[in-house]
Design a protein around this ligand. Structure first.
Ligand code: FES
Ligand code: FES
Length: 157
């Protein structure tokens, strides 16, 4: 027996029936076909599934869809402006080559935006600590940290 949920995703209201065990990441990827949110593990460690729930970063593989009922969800697809202009954090990742294969990137960017908006991130160590829940298997993190620092400066400007 399903439950009907209504929430805003990237500013648009959606109503769907979900099963009690449906994960938010499954709802986003399979029901809404927003496949920029990735699944990179089954242990809630990699952060590839990170989205914003009411303005805070959450791992959508560890959140039930019904927990998002009545909430605002933002995925990587909702970050850029409607005319396609990249969010300052996305632009910084591109400018600093903060990615290689790109698999971790949506989650990294969503965590980075949360870091800037809701946490201290003025030093390199704070950025590294803030991204502790996001794993990148390619880059060695150096350019990601540079990108987050550049993106943070652009967001605050
Ligand atoms: Fe959610 Fe890895 S898929 S933390
Ligand atoms: Fe490949 Fe991060 S760029 S996993």
């Amino acid at each position: 027996m399903g439950t009907t949920i209504t929430l805003k995703v990237n500013g648009k209201s959606v109503t769907r029936e979900v099963q009690p065990q449906t994960l938010l990441v499954e709802f986003i990827r399979e029901d809404l076909r927003l496949t920029g949110t990735h699944v990179g593990c089954d242990t809630a460690q990699c952060g590839a599934c990170t989205v914003h729930l009411n303005g805070r970063a959450v791992k959508s593989c560890s959140t039930l869809a019904i927990q998002a009922n009545g909430s605002d969800v933002t995925t990587i697809e909702g970050l850029a402006a409607e005319d396609g202009t990249l969010h300052p954090m996305q632009a910084a990742f591109r400018a600093c080559h903060g990615l290689q294969c790109g698999f971790c990137t949506p989650g990294m960017v969503m965590s980075a935006v949360d870091l800037v908006q809701n946490h201290a991130c003025s030093t390199e160590q704070q950025v590294r600590d803030g991204l502790d829940g996001n794993i990148c298997r390619c880059t060695g993190y150096h350019n990601i940290v540079k990108a987050v620092q550049q993106g943070a400066a652009a967001m605050k400007a």
